[in-house]
Design a protein around this ligand. Structure first.
Ligand code: IFG
Length: 536
């Protein structure tokens, strides 16, 4: 039998076996290739654990999506679509044409239909497939928050204002997300040091990354009055003419204020204006002698003491003043709250304080707004329906506040020893104060707003807020340094389910924020409690 003849069956078997192996391998590659999206087969991708605040649920599907240069955007909300397009076009260099209200979805589609009801007003469902991204929400705010998550699933360079090399790859899967608390705020003190509209809008853009939805503006204090009031023009012109340290101060026109309100709204943030009363009023008293009980105006004040000033509770003009100031602010403020302050009224007797706060609360209500105030307003009794009291002490109990909460007052949690962004990180921190303690990331993160105050738990808690007082804060770089990385910790406490609360997991996810802050030029503090990626 010739070699060929003798080995024919053997050769055939060999050929068929090899053919079978080749086919299997080819099939394997194709399947892997299909499951892992464009490009060579890769291992199944899991969602990167980088999103802050932590979402409610994340399910990876092992695919990856890479944004192609020819990608298209569609959005049912023009503002959010434009916001996303602006960021992506700048960093990818892609055209990314945007169609609003399109009938067929783009590569990235922001849709107001099909979202599960559980997402509510601010939540979203984000689905990443091999071929594209779909963000679904019940309302535009949810689309905006889903966009923040999508941006955090993309490489940090996506936040760069200049074109960066890709690839712009996102792990595939589904995220279902919605907030734990409805009030997730940040406060900026414009009174101790003045900040311009542009500086506040910059801060708004940074806050928006972490799904913050309230911007509390501290517009008046002993050292400065920062908002023009037409019926009392000297408040801003004279009362706003200085600041801590004796600098030139400044003030916003009502058009400036409206511009900030609109800008914040475009980032789905509601402005809460604060006129602090009856204490913290030296700038107003210096501006109008008749407002003083003795008819004599004090000097402007550029120091940092507190508790030495009080409006004149017995003077009828005081309530005309309050009514006209709050009336003009109410007309400029679409949001539900006017913040009346109420803190550190050391120069007002307890009975005068109760009288004053009671009258002012009625004035707020008469202008169609709900009262917000520091938790001290509960010392004057339970505020009107719809009111919020902001806890700022370093204790874990406040009996008058708990009593008001039992009567329906909601509580915004800002315990100074966890949430005050003007506290130093450590003794080496040049900026900031120490009276409430030193606050690094783990102290900012290590508490539960929903179970912190005795007798104030669950539904009485409206949410959290991170105040940034500016006695020592002068520039935008100073704001960045004190707010980042602690504000994201507070934002996570306000948004994420308590079941996701884990210091180590949060610290890892916070570290992943470093490259995007670097790309944005955010002057953040490289906390030694966090391992920051090289170069971030
Ligand atoms: N307490 C005062 C602020 C500010 C702050 C600085 C409140 C409610 C100390 N009141 O905090 O005006 O001076 O940390």
């Amino acid at each position: 039998m010739s070699r060929s003849a003798a080995s024919r069956p053997v050769l055939r078997r060999l050929f068929l076996r090899r053919l079978f192996v080749v086919v299997l391998t080819a099939l394997g590659l194709v399947c892997a290739g299909l499951s892992s999206g464009a490009g060579p087969a890769t291992a199944a991708s899991a969602f990167p654990d980088t999103v802050v605040p932590a979402p409610v649920s994340e399910t990876a599907n092992g695919t990856t999506f890479t944004l192609p240069a020819g990608a298209t955007l569609t959005s049912d909300d023009a503002g959010t679509g434009g916001y996303l397009a602006g960021i992506l076009r700048a960093s990818t260099g892609y055209a990314l044409p945007l169609t609003v209200g399109a009938t067929s979805p783009g590569t990235i589609a922001l849709s107001l239909s099909g979202a599960p009801a559980t997402v509510g007003a601010e939540g979203y469902q984000l689905t990443v497939s091999r071929t594209g991204v779909l963000i679904q929400a019940q309302q535009a705010a949810g689309l905006f928050h889903g966009v923040q998550t999508l941006l955090q699933l993309l490489p940090g360079a996506v936040m760069s204002p200049t074109v960066q090399p890709g690839p712009w790859t996102v792990a595939g899967g589904t995220i279902l997300d919605y907030p734990r608390f409805g009030y997730r705020g940040a406060m900026l003190d414009l009174a101790r040091h003045f900040f311009t509209v542009a500086q506040v809008e910059r801060y708004v853009d940074e806050l928006a990354l972490y799904k913050i939805n309230y911007l509390h503006l501290h517009l008046s204090d002993d050292q400065g009055w920062r908002i023009a009031i037409n019926s009392w023009p000297n408040l801003a012109v004279y009362g706003g003419s200085t600041e801590v340290g004796g600098g030139p101060g400044g003030y916003w026109t009502q058009a400036d204020y409206s511009a900030v309100v609109a800008y914040a709204a475009s980032r789905f943030m509601t402005v809460v204006p604060e006129i602090d009363m009856p204490g913290h009023t030296n700038a107003a008293l210096a501006s109008y002698a008749p407002l003083n009980c003795n008819g004599v105006a004090p000097s402007l004040y550029t120091g940092t003491n507190v508790g030495f000033s009080s409006l004149c509770v017995s003077l009828p003009l005081t309530y005309t003043f309050v009514d006209q100031v709050l009336g003009e602010l109410a007309a400029l403020t679409p949001g539900p709250y006017l913040h009346i302050g109420g803190d550190e009224a050391s120069s007002t007797s307890a009975s005068d304080y109760a009288t004053f706060i009671g009258k002012v609360e009625q004035i707020v209500t008469a202008h169609g707004k709900s009262v917000m105030g520091w938790h001290n307003i509960a010392d004057a009794g339970t505020p009107p329906a719809g009111a919020q009291a902001q806890f700022w002490d370093t204790t874990t109990s406040a009996p008058n506040l708990a009593a008001a909460a039992a009567n329906g007052t909601k509580v915004v949690m800002s315990p100074a020893n966890h949430a005050y962004l003007d506290m130093k990180y450590n003794h080496r921190t040049k900026l900031g104060q120490t009276w409430a303690g030193l606050i690094d990331v783990n102290t900012a993160y290590g508490w539960d707003p929903g179970n912190y105050l005795t007798g104030v738990t669950g539904s009485e808690v409206a949410g959290v807020e991170g105040p940034l007082w500016t006695e020592t804060i002068v520039t935008s770089a100073d704001i960045d340094y004190m707010a980042f990385p602690r504000l994201p910790a507070l934002a996570e406490l306000g948004w994420s389910p308590w079941s996701t609360h884990s210091q180590t997991a949060f610290d890892a996810r916070l570290g992943a924020q470093g490259p995007r802050w670097k790309a944005m030029g955010v002057n953040y503090y490289h906390s030694t409690q966090i391992s920051w990626p090289a170069g971030s």
